[in-house]
Design a protein around this ligand. Structure first.
Ligand SMILES: C[S@@+](CC[C@H](N)C(=O)[O-])C[C@H]1O[C@@H](n2cnc3c(N)ncnc32)[C@H](O)[C@@H]1O
Length: 268
């Protein structure tokens, strides 16, 4: 077989790079499955991926079990079309079990699902408290009584620091840049850049204009939106490197790490 030519800024596809560099959807599916089964003693079957982008998680969901169905919601037609062509259509016969829909996550959706998620901090796109509350109320209305709503969150004092982090991936380097944080309105702009072996660069392949929200702000608003309780799952650390180990545990308190990632699980 002919060797693939090396990636360059001209030939690479930013959605494919994003999926490879940022997402780990097998781990997300394992987490959703474990937490749901523990609470309701059955396997969750229906998933709605809010802010789905290319719908990679929705696709992974239906691959994980023949009875599973997934819905993806995003505002952006271009990214949805990419996801349909590159993730959903290649599923073949199972493609009918994923429905990517253009829509606003602020509108409650039908059918009600076992699990609705907003991952990779996408819900930080909401800057106003009243709008985030509206979003959480829409999520509350869109999950079943025996359902769950899950978000992820990034915290610690490095979460608001200007910084650049590089990670090497197969054929390219992924760079995460956190811009200047404004402590008055919690606004922070972040960027994803990609660099290639030939020296070419894809600068600002993705830009995020976010409000940084804390765990407690989110929990309070989830309660106000009608969820009866929330649980926080924090990632453990490798002893030697002190890096995250990918294992998330339900906790009441955790170390004040400079940078941490957690899941918040809201129970209707
Ligand atoms: C960071 S991407 C998320 C990609 C993927 N879900 C992930 O976990 O990595 C954020 C997506 O949210 C979408 N988006 C932003 N505001 C939205 C809204 N109000 N309703 C639906 N989608 C929205 C954008 O179009 C973008 O595709």
């Amino acid at each position: 077989m002919a060797k693939k030519p090396p990636l360059t800024a001209k030939t690479a596809d930013r959605h494919a790079l994003y999926q490879e560099a940022v997402q780990c959807t097998e781990a997300d599916v394992r987490f959703i499955d474990r937490v749901y089964r523990k609470r309701y003693d059955r396997a969750p079957l229906t998933l709605r991926e809010d802010f789905c982008g290319t719908g990679l998680l929705a696709t992974e969901w239906v691959k994980s079990k023949a009875e599973r169905v997934a819905f993806g919601v995003d505002l952006d037609r271009e990214v949805l079309a990419w996801g349909q062509a590159h993730n959903v259509d290649p599923l073949g016969e199972s493609r009918g079990r994923v429905l990517l829909q253009r829509g606003n996550v602020l509108t409650p959706k039908r059918p009600q699902v076992d699990v609705q998620v907003a991952f990779n901090f996408s819900w930080w796109v909401f800057h106003e408290r009243s709008v985030l509350l509206e979003y959480f109320k829409a999520a509350r209305a869109s999950v079943r009584k025996d359902g769950l709503f899950m978000l992820d969150i990034h915290g610690g004092y490095e979460a608001t620091k200007s910084l650049k982090e590089k990670k090497r991936r197969k054929g390219f380097v992924y760079q995460w840049e956190q811009g200047v944080f404004n402590p008055i309105d919690h606004r922070i702009t972040c960027y994803i850049h990609f660099e290639f072996k030939d020296g070419s660069k894809m600068r600002r392949a993705f830009t995020y204009d976010w409000r940084w929200w804390s765990v407690m702000e989110a929990r309070d608003l989830l309660r106000e939106a009608g969820f009866s309780s929330t649980e926080v799952y924090c990632e453990g650390t490798e002893k030697e490197s002190q890096e995250g180990n990918g294992a998330f545990r339900h906790v009441q308190r955790c170390d004040n790490d400079p940078s941490f990632v957690a899941y918040i699980v809201a129970v209707p």
